[in-house]
Design a protein around this ligand. Structure first.
Ligand code: CLR
Length: 510
């Protein structure tokens, strides 16, 4: 087949995923079948002189709900929680003055190494609405459903750029890995790197909402001196969606770009992240790996959940490499989320066995593991590498971790430092976080309209501001300068991507 045609098709598929259009198509098919059946039933019913069938579907008959536009707010939403949550919003908690603490070499220019971060999201301004995808779709019968943009209710108040930073929640594992390697223990370095690679999946458990798809050129910075890290990411391509990120820690750098390739399997979606993650220690040891496949189940019916499966090869350039197997959850699985693997040396000898669960903990045993201990029994002589932190006290329907809760916060003094492209300034996401759903929806529609220009922007020679394609496999590498520019707040060349769209913006970049 024609190569270009295949490429083109692939591109279309990818962009479809980013807008979740695929799901809608599937839903469309399902419901077309359903309505077909319904029509037959109704015809049969009419013939029999009965008319009670519609009520069983809750709302109107199929012929009535065909013309409402997606943006129309006449859509019916079901309220689940009747009682009002008691509000214990404490403003002091959010606007604490930062204390000047012992700074790390990475601390920001405001000199506040001891930033007090929030422990919960703002209380929603409006009452939350529970919306099922089905209730969305049933009001759009007869329309081209691929043109329907999902309302903000399906989103979590986190952008994909911020979600990439969630992989660094357990960055202390990399600090440990650095120290172990420095003191000559290459095996423990490799083990901690393996634990880090697994720990990034922990936050995906129980998360059922879609992150915001960033606009082309949108960025996110995370300066976390308390963790000794500084992270930066940018959306570098819209068709297909590619996010590039770069993180600096104590003795290490971690970077990579992620492009998602997706496949639709009836009721589930399989996501294959394409791209290589690189971890480089200051002493020259490098580890590289790719993320495993993730599947999101029960998109249409039942409880939505996410599983990760496949083999992760963490290749090192010195003594040790690691192979991790994420076991696919079977229908009758009593012990889901299992990860097993081993670290081997250059001679191919197994130096340690690792086992655990991606949503809970990871252990290791030195040697090949099998002869010395029962792998499934962590109580034996296995040592703990990583344990997930407890969920926050105030869980919301987004199920964010304590760490994720802090990611979209505008800590004191931060707003003035940010470029106009930072995710924290994205209005619809901010409104959603505040529970202002109506405003959030309006802004989301405006920005989505704007985003449709991105293909044109990209084709007319748009370039990422902070990353550049490098090397034979064309990975995006950070070109530097962001934190320096932040020091002088010189954001003149950063476009106002969340503002009103102006025609010149197309010609500017050409
Ligand atoms: C809107 C409704 C219908 C669907 C919600 C889908 C949610 C659960 C989906 C949408 C996008 C998905 C993410 C897409 C990409 C990745 C990167 C991968 O390495 C780990 C899983 C992870 C992080 C997925 C987790 C599940 C996810 C957040």
């Amino acid at each position: 087949m024609n190569e270009n045609l295949v490429k083109e098709c692939e591109q279309i598929m990818l962009s479809e995923f980013s807008e979740m259009h695929g799901q809608i198509k599937l839903l469309h098919e399902e419901r077309t079948n359903l309505f077909g059946a319904l029509r037959q039933l109704e015809e049969a019913n009419l013939e029999a002189g009965a008319s009670g069938i519609h009520s069983s579907l809750g709302r109107g008959k199929y012929s009535e709900c065909s013309t409402t536009a997606s943006s129309d707010d006449k859509q019916e939403f079901e309220d689940v929680s009747e009682e009002d949550e008691p509000s214990f919003h404490d403003t002091k908690e959010y606007f604490n003055e930062p204390n000047i603490g012992s700074g790390s070499n990475l601390s920001n220019n405001s000199g506040s190494a001891d930033i007090k971060r929030r422990t919960k999201l703002p209380d929603p301004a409006e009452k939350e609405k529970a919306v099922s995808l089905w209730s969305m779709i049933k009001d759009n019968v007869g329309k081209d459903l691929t043109r329907v943009c999902l309302p903000v209710y399906f989103n979590e108040p986190i952008s994909s750029l911020q979600k990439c930073f969630e992989d660094l929640e357990y960055s202390y594992l990399l600090d440990r890995a650095y120290e172990h390697g420095k003191s000559g223990n290459g095996l423990l370095r490799a083990l901690n790197v393996a634990a880090f690679a697994v720990s990034g999946y922990a936050s995906t458990e129980g998360r059922h909402c879609k992150p915001f798809n960033p606009l082309l050129g949108e960025t996110y910075e995370a300066d976390f001196p308390e963790k000794g890290i500084r992270f930066f990411s940018e959306k570098v391509s819209h068709h297909p969606t590619v996010i590039a990120s770069h993180c600096e820690g104590k003795g290490w750098k971690f970077w990579g770009d992620t492009k998602l390739r997706s496949k639709f399997w009836g009721r589930s979606i399989q996501v294959e992240p394409v791209g290589v993650l690189t971890l480089e220690f200051d002493d020259g040891e490098v580890f590289q790996w790719s993320k495993v496949t993730s599947t999101i189940y029960n998109i249409i019916l039942g409880k939505l959940y996410c599983d990760h499966h496949g083999v992760m090869q963490i290749r090192g350039n010195r003594q040790h490499s690691c192979t991790l197997k994420f076991k696919e959850q079977s229908l009758l699985e009593r012990n889901p989320h299992q990860v097993n693997g081993f670290v081997e040396d250059v001679a191919g000898k197994k130096a340690a066995t690792v086992f655990g669960k991606w949503d809970d903990s990871l252990y290791y045993v030195t040697g090949d593991g099998v002869s010395k201990t029962k792998v499934s029994d962590p109580a034996s002589n296995a040592s703990l590498l990583w344990k997930r932190t407890k969920p926050p006290l105030n869980v919301t329907r987004y199920n964010l971790t304590s760490f994720a809760i802090t990611l979209n916060e505008l800590t004191p003094g931060l707003k003035e430092m940010l470029p106009p492209t930072d995710s924290r300034l994205r209005p619809d996401q901010r409104h959603l976080e505040n529970g202002e759903y109506e405003k959030a929806n309006l802004e989301k529609q405006r920005l989505e309209r704007r985003q449709r220009m991105s293909r044109q922007l990209q084709e007319s020679g748009w370039r990422p501001r902070w990353f550049e394609k490098q090397g034979e496999n064309e990975t995006f590498k950070y070109t530097g300068g962001y934190w320096e520019a932040r020091g002088d707040r010189s954001w003149d060349d950063c476009p106002d991507i969340f503002g009103e769209f102006r025609e010149e913006q197309l010609s500017d970049s050409a």
